[in-house]
Structures are given as structure tokens and as C-alpha cells.
Design a binder for this molecule. Structure first.
Ligand code: SF4
Length: 340
């Protein structure tokens, strides 16, 4: 039985950030010129990650998602996937990537046991991609998505963060592209998480606005009724095309949140908005036994009361979560360190 937190939410989904580095500089995640990186000696090796995942799995974690930074910049990632795929308690191993390196790495990852892939893609326009990410890699991302859909993954998804005045005119082109290549698109409301230093409320395109725009183009949209703790609400067009909306900003889903995040240097965060994490690297490297780590993780989760997005929603005066100077002092507050 998974361990429940104070709201009865089980410890189930673990997002494993394998690196804080990224090969893009998306405006909503890494808009600054310079960053403070985690020291290399602090980064967990694959054996260490695997040992921690064993303890998490003992306590109920059965889904793991590899994140970053950009996880594909970590060398030999298929080795880690192979280690995780051998764990009988894990039902699902997924990856979130920006897609730049996916075309060349997807086959090895699939052979190693990766089940699902989510690719971030916010625009169908190469010029806009360059403005958004500061790199000219749009064609490589599309090639990555298309290669992934050709392979045997259970699912390939496209995540698009929608920002007013930036790409809110691209709901239809993104949906059409996903339909054409066989990848379900999920539209994500712009969130005021760490790193999103340019966030403001007026740039958020709400779920209701997105549904309105899509209904004007496609006609009636129906919700897909399903039992799930997944963040996306799914919808169906009249022709059967499905898509998701992740309304983390205007309609948070903290009440069913079973996700936690382990950074590449072994800090464990119970919420995307949490100010502090629990150090697992220290005890692991000091020789803590599996039982001692289990007690630390179980005790920490059983006290969890985090509802970050709901608390943010209740704020009247809401601006970016953390100022740049604070991010420089503690890079763990960055979304690219914590894994979005
Ligand atoms: S804000 Fe925190 S508690 Fe709420 S859904 Fe996100 S990670 Fe979960």
C-alpha cells in the first residue's frame, strides 16, 4: 500500500531529474543570461539513483518520469532506463524532453525499456521557436517527435505552454500537427514557478479561454471521463481527436497530487512550489541502510501537507514566485533543477 500524506494522497509518481543542464533557454523557464549550476560531484550516479528508486518503490512509487533540465543531455541515459526497467514494482517509465536530441536517442531508449515520451513543443513556427528558446532547433524537435511516434512507445505526447501574446494563436496548428503525427497534445497554462521570472497573471491563457478558442474552430468539445491522478484533463473533438489541458494556474489539482521530485543531486521535493527539499544524497553517501532511507522517506511523506498551486491561486497579489537574486542563491528553486 502506498504511504498516504496528511491529505490521504499516496506516494506514487516520482519525477527524477537527471541533470540541471539544458540545451535550450525557454523564456518561461530559463530567461536569464547566466545560471548557477549544481556541482558535478553532487550529481547522483545511476547506481545511486537506482538505490533510491528501490526505496521509493518499496513505499508505493510505481511510476517514474525522467526529467531535467533536459534529460537527454545526460550521457548514457539508456543505461539508467535499463536499470529502472528491471524493477518489477515500476509499472511505468516515462521521459519528458525538449526533443532536440530525441531523433538520435529514441530507439536506444525504447530498446532499454522506456514506455512513454512527452515532448515540449510550444510553436509550429521556426522563427518563433528561435525567439522562445534562443536556439534554431525546431526541425530537430519535429524530427524527434516523428521518430518517437514511429517506434513502439505506448504513448507520445506533446506539451505546449500557452502564453498570451506569444503563442496563443497556435492552439489549432499544434493540435493539427499532433493529430497528423499521432501524438496527443496537452496545452499547459503558464505557471508562476521558480525560474519563471517574467510571469504575470495577464499572460496566463486559462483553460476556459483555450476551450473557447478550440470550440470556435472545431465545434462542441466533450470531456473524456476517466479516473486518473494525471494533471491533464482530457477532451474529445467531434471527430474523436483527444487533447489535454493542464490548468495548474487557474484550476489546480493539488488534492489528487501524488507527485514528488528528486533533483539530480538528491534533494527530494514534495511540491513544485516547495521552498525546501529533503536531502537524500547525504544519508545515501554516508552509508544509510535501505531501512533507514525508507524511514526517512516514509516519515517525510506522511507529514506532507503541500498544496502549492492552490495556495498561489488564493493570493490576491500574485507575481513571479522567486526573484532572480534568490534563485542565484539557491538554484534548487529553479524549475529546470527541480524538473517541471
Ligand atoms: S502545486 Fe504541488 S501539490 Fe499542487 S499539484 Fe503541483 S506539485 Fe502537486
Amino acid at each position: 500500500m502506498p504511504v498516504p500524506d496528511t491529505w490521504g494522497r499516496p506516494l506514487r509518481n516520482l519525477r527524477l531529474s537527471v541533470t540541471d543542464r539544458c540545451n535550450l533557454r525557454c523564456q518561461y523557464c530559463m530567461p536569464e543570461r547566466d545560471y548557477v549550476w549544481l556541482p558535478r560531484s553532487d550529481i547522483l550516479d545511476f547506481e545511486e539513483i537506482s538505490s533510491l528508486v528501490d526505496v521509493f518503490a518499496d513505499l508505493g512509487v510505481d511510476r517514474v518520469r525522467l526529467t531535467g533540465g533536459e534529460p537527454l543531455v545526460r550521457r548514457d541515459l539508456p543505461e539508467l532506463v535499463r536499470l529502472l526497467a528491471q524493477k518489477p514494482l515500476l509499472k511505468d517509465i516515462a521521459l519528458t524532453t525538449n526533443g532536440v536530441l530525441l531523433a538520435e536517442r529514441a530507439a536506444a531508449l525504447e530498446r532499454a525499456g522506456l514506455k512513454r515520451v512527452t515532448v515540449s513543443l510550444d510553436t509550429m513556427r521556426p522563427d518563433r521557436f528561435q525567439a522562445l528558446t534562443r536556439f534554431d532547433d525546431h526541425a530537430r524537435v519535429l524530427a524527434g517527435i516523428e521518430e518517437a511516434t514511429r517506434l513502439g512507445f505506448t504513448a507520445v505526447k506533446i506539451d505546449a505552454v500557452i502564453i498570451r501574446g506569444v503563442n496563443d494563436d497556435e492552439l489549432v496548428p499544434l493540435l493539427e500537427y499532433g493529430r497528423r503525427v499521432g501524438a496527443e497534445v496537452r496545452f499547459i497554462e503558464y505557471m508562476d514557478v521558480g525560474g519563471a521570472t517574467r510571469w504575470s497573471r495577464d499572460k496566463v491563457v486559462s483553460r476556459a479561454e483555450m476551450l473557447g478558442a478550440l470550440a470556435r474552430r472545431y465545434g462542441p468539445i466533450h470531456p473524456v471521463v476517466e479516473e486518473s491522478s494525471a494533471p491533464a484533463e482530457r477532451f474529445r473533438l467531434a471527430d474523436g481527436t483527444t487533447f489535454g489541458i493542464i490548468a495548474s494556474t487557474t484550476a489546480p489539482f493539488c488534492r489528487s497530487c501524488d507527485r514528488s521530485r528528486l533533483t539530480a543531486d538528491g534533494l527530494w521535493y514534495l511540491c513544485l512550489y516547495a521552498a525546501r527539499g529533503t536531502d537524500l544524497r547525504g544519508p545515501l553517501r554516508a552509508g544509510a541502510s535501505r531501512q533507514e532511507l525508507r524511514e526517512l522517506i516514509e516519515g517525510t511523506w506522511s507529514r506532507r501537507a503541500d498544496r502549492g498551486a492552490e495556495e498561489r491561486l488564493a493570493l490576491r497579489d500574485r507575481s513571479a514566485l522567486v526573484p532572480v537574486t534568490t534563485l542565484r542563491r539557491d538554484p534548487h528553486l529553479e524549475m529546470h533543477t527541480r524538473g517541471g
